[in-house]
Write a protein that binds this ligand. Structure first.
Ligand code: AMP
Length: 307
């Protein structure tokens, strides 16, 4: 064999290294989406409109021949990168009382594909059942929501927008918490929908559901699971009043001023609210957040309230 000159061997070594780098780059190239739950938007067939929420229109759809709900996000409501990060966490949350996130499509408009809940939002469900539900049914709704929230609490995850409009009703009296985590990535936009304007106020770059939010979260713009417990107390009020707006006779500025100064809604009288349920609401609205119960305790307590 001919001995190689120093220059030739250097050229050959460099050539081999470049070749290896190209081969490795090819083998470990990113294949399409970086996220396993991201999917091709064309795989979805959109059907009838189910409703409209804070983020955009929700449609019934078909995904892999399975009926699903498709939430479309209005442009500008959130940064797609922030949303995708949150969706990866949301995808890991699995509980019988939490809505399952099946897939997302992040080409704008963003689609969020979730399981379909036949009876729509708890708020609408309650409003058409005034006087037709028993206390037993109302306690059952509250206990199932507390159960889903106890799971989020255990996972150290905060909902930030717990309200009857964000609980969905399935068949056979199944209730599931929806939209957890989405409020974190929601941005204040000049194009808020009418529904959003009705429930949310802008605080800096974020928006808050004023009547459902604990006073300390509005004051310091920091959410904890204890703020979710406060919102759960408001959700109990919605359940017991068949979907009445909280603080019904007060303006937003009265709520903003009076609640931090100790004002609490009285026990609803018409329709009648059980004293046990009202006591739970008051515990959720304790001024010191550490005095509020955990969701785990609420779940057990609701199992003991007699209906
Ligand atoms: P949202 O944007 O979550 O507030 O949803 C707006 C409306 O769409 C709700 O009030 C429901 O009526 C409907 N909706 C949302 N998600 C679902 C779902 N997974 N199944 C059935 N209906 C839904």
């Amino acid at each position: 064999m001919m001995p190689m000159s120093g220059e030739l061997s250097l050229v050959l070594t460099l050539g081999v290294m470049v070749g290896m780098a190209i081969l490795l780059g090819f083998l470990f190239r990113p294949t399409g989406s970086a996220d396993p739950c991201e999917m091709n938007c064309r795989a979805i067939k959109l059907g009838k409109k189910l409703g409209e929420g804070s983020f955009g229109v929700v449609y019934q759809g078909l995904y892999n021949n399975t009926p699903v709900a498709v939430k479309t996000l209005r442009r500008g409501t959130m940064d797609p990168r922030d949303f995708l990060k949150e969706a990866q966490i949301m995808k890991t949350m699995e509980h019988p009382n939490l809505i399952r996130l099946l897939a997302v499509c992040t080409e704008e408009p963003i689609y969020i594909i979730t399981e379909l809940m036949k009876n729509g939002s708890l708020l609408d469900y309650l409003k058409v059942r005034v006087g037709r539900l028993r206390l037993y049914d109302q306690i059952e709704m509250a206990a199932q929501v507390a159960s889903g929230m106890a799971y989020l609490e255990m996972k150290n995850y905060i909902h930030r927008d717990l309200a009857a409009r964000n609980v969905l009703v399935g068949e056979n009296n199944v209730y599931k918490v929806a939209d957890f985590g989405l409020a974190r990535v929601l941005q204040a936009t000049p194009m808020l929908s009418n529904q959003t304007k009705m429930y949310y106020i802008s605080v800096g770059k974020a928006i808050f559901p004023l009547r459902w939010t604990a006073p300390e979260a509005i004051a310091n713009e920091r959410f904890t699971i204890k703020c979710d417990v406060w919102s759960f107390g408001i959700l109990l009020y919605e359940i017991m009043t068949f979907g009445e707006i909280p603080y019904p006779n007060m303006t937003d500025s009265q709520v903003k001023q009076m609640v931090p100064n100790g004002y609490r809604m009285p026990c609803p009288v018409d329709p009648y609210c059980s004293k046990d349920m009202y006591k739970i609401m008051l515990d959720c609205w304790k001024e010191n957040k550490y005095d509020r119960p955990t969701f785990k305790a609420l779940k057990m307590r609701l199992r003991d309230v007699s209906g």
